[in-house]
Design a protein around this ligand. Sequence first.
Ligand code: ADP
Ligand code: MG
Ligand code: MG
Length: 210
Amino acid sequence: MALSKQQVLDWLLRCSEVFAREQVFLTQLDTAIGDGDHGLNMNRGFNKVAEKLPSVADGDIGSILKYTGMTLLSHVGGASGPLFGTFFIRAAQVANAKQSLELSELRLVFQEGVAGVVMRGRAEPGDKTLCDVWWPVLGSLGQSVQQQINVIPALQQAAACAEQAVQTTIVMQARKGRASYLGERSIGHQDPGATSVMLMMKTLAAVVEE
Ligand code: ADP
Ligand code: MG
Ligand code: MG
């Protein structure tokens, strides 16, 4: 079984609902170690994505992901706009002309997206960034591809992995972004951007379970 284009559309639409619901929580996390706008940023960005999603729904998965990235890039400021925007724009490049994605293709799409984020943000493992969730998720998906697991349990495992990974950011000291200004005082708080990635993965798992 593969991830269908409709599931990708459902995922993005559902993300806009999730970020609307979780805006206050994400903002609380960012208030502790940043400037308190992460929830607002993600909600604004995905709200914009959802707005014109129907008008790009006829395109292939690549064009839908590219539209998502461009929208996030142009409507979200701060660190997360360029980072999530770049994620989707780079991811789109390996989803060109696709109407569905096998698990191995989906893994490649995410891998490219993360490569774009790393190129832009230069995060390293343990820097307390959203990459500290993306990397374990990529590892989990890679393992599932090797074991030829079905896309549904594979995404359930990846979501569970994301939930664990976001917890590991609590004990990390931030070395990138605004939170790094706090030095050791950034320890003991969950990273907001990493939390958003976890929410996106949980949402994707929920969409394929239906
Ligand atoms: P800003 O910090 O500009 O206000 P947000 O609050 O929306 O932007 O996003 C903050 C999140 O961005 C952090 O929680 C972290 O996960 C992520 N982040 C910041 N800098 C980097 C980076 N260089 N690489 C990867 N992620 C980063
Ligand atoms: Mg912020
Ligand atoms: Mg900001």
